[in-house]
Design a protein around this ligand. Sequence first.
Ligand code: ZN
Length: 247
Amino acid sequence: MRYLILTDIHANLEGLETCLNDAGVRGYDEILVLGDIVGYGPDPNAVIDRVRDLNPLAIVRGNHDKVALGLNQAEGFHAAAKAAAHWMLDTLTADNRAWLVALPMGPRLIGDTLEICHGAPFDEDAYIFDELDARHAFDAATAPICFYGHTHFPVAFRLTGDSLDIIGPSGNGETTLPVAGDAKYLVNPGSVGQPRDGDPRAAYAIYDVNEQRVDLIRIPYALEITQAKMHRAGLPEPLARRLTLGR
Ligand code: ZN
């Protein structure tokens, strides 16, 4: 079994299509989506339509998807994100908004060895940034490997006994994480549609269960097309600029 894992797509159709093409060449069996399908980007309806067509095995909602429940969900957002949330609510079709509203909260167990969530297994909106957050998440996790998103930062934490390692991205576009049976893992594939680790390339992961490895993959996409759409839509300029910076 090979899982394609996508998170934080953020209405970025070019980023999504590029990841899907690349993953299609590598091969996968099932898709898992860890939330924030919309928010920030210019193509909420096209991205939702595409994700629905893909028929993922499981999806959990992200904090930006929850804006479909009402704009009060965007209260903690910074000004640009809030403006984009307003725009999204005006732009979503009724059918796509209803689909977002129906997305389940994480965490969700897939079989008995794999768990997915948006933020953390103990709270869908919490961020896992550092070792303390990771230890809290390991305490709450119910499967040996848990995939999460929300920070837009590709990284893996490995817990072997009481010893915790942080495995960062290699920078060259691909990091292979061997999955050992005696350890527990928290893995963030990084963001498809709005990377924040200083690398503007789209990020996603493939988990090969039989080969016991996770590939963390980076791939360049036509972000200037996404940015032109954002300008045309009147979305805040800093949201377009950050795609170039990957921050
Ligand atoms: Zn996000």
